[in-house]
Design a protein around this ligand. Structure first.
Ligand code: ZN
Length: 193
């Protein structure tokens, strides 16, 4: 039907209905080119509709994930595995990665601005000369932040990278520290009560 933003990838005219034990989702677009393993990228909300607990996986990592049925225009197939929530990620052209000093597979945080602005943690960096620089979120994530295709977001090293404090008790590893839910920076800046 049309090319996708990443070079060489395309959206097919055909759609399938994804069927799970509790419900189904019609009109799911088929994307190409074909891969070695079929993969169905869904949102967490889609998982509730289907009645399937979906794992968050990096695209391509479908080992031991839930399966389901696909009903297409010419027939139906059963997938033994392949239903995932795609891990949020940023495709980066090498020049952009070098300019921002980012490494392939690195995890960063990303801040979306606006009235429902929020910070996404655990965003995977993927670098290839076959990519066009772009962040990919699923519908749950995009809707939560009220972002739309074409919006601009900001990569930050991590959430604490926003903070000027050098002597923060939670800065290094919050899971290893005594309970202290909000840092001084957040207390003063956001007036948490
Ligand atoms: Zn992507």
């Amino acid at each position: 039907m049309k090319p996708l933003s990443q070079p060489g990838q395309f959206a097919a005219a055909e759609t399938v209905e994804v069927v799970g034990p509790k419900g189904s989702i019609p009109g799911v677009r088929v994307l190409g080119p074909a891969r070695g393993d079929s993969q169905v990228e869904l949102s967490v909300t889609d998982g509730f509709v289907l009645g399937v607990a979906l794992p968050v996986r990096v695209s391509g990592d479908v080992e031991s994930t839930p399966g389901g049925h696909l009903i297409g225009p010419r027939g139906a197939v059963r997938l033994d595995q392949g239903l995932i929530v795609a891990a949020r990620h940023i495709h980066l052209e090498p020049a952009h990665a070098a300019a921002a000093e980012l490494q392939d597979q690195q995890r960063v945080a990303v801040r979306a601005l606006g009235k429902r602005g929020l910070i996404f943690e655990e965003v995977a960096i993927r670098i290839s000369d076959k990519f066009k620089t772009e962040m990919h979120l699923d519908t749950d994530e995009g809707n939560a932040a009220y972002v739309r295709p074409g919006d601009v977001v900001e990569i930050i090293a991590d959430v604490c990278g926003l903070c000027p404090s050098e002597s923060c008790a939670i800065r290094d590893d919050p899971t290893q520290k005594p309970s202290r839910p909000y840092c001084d920076f957040a207390q003063t800046r956001y007036q948490i009560r």
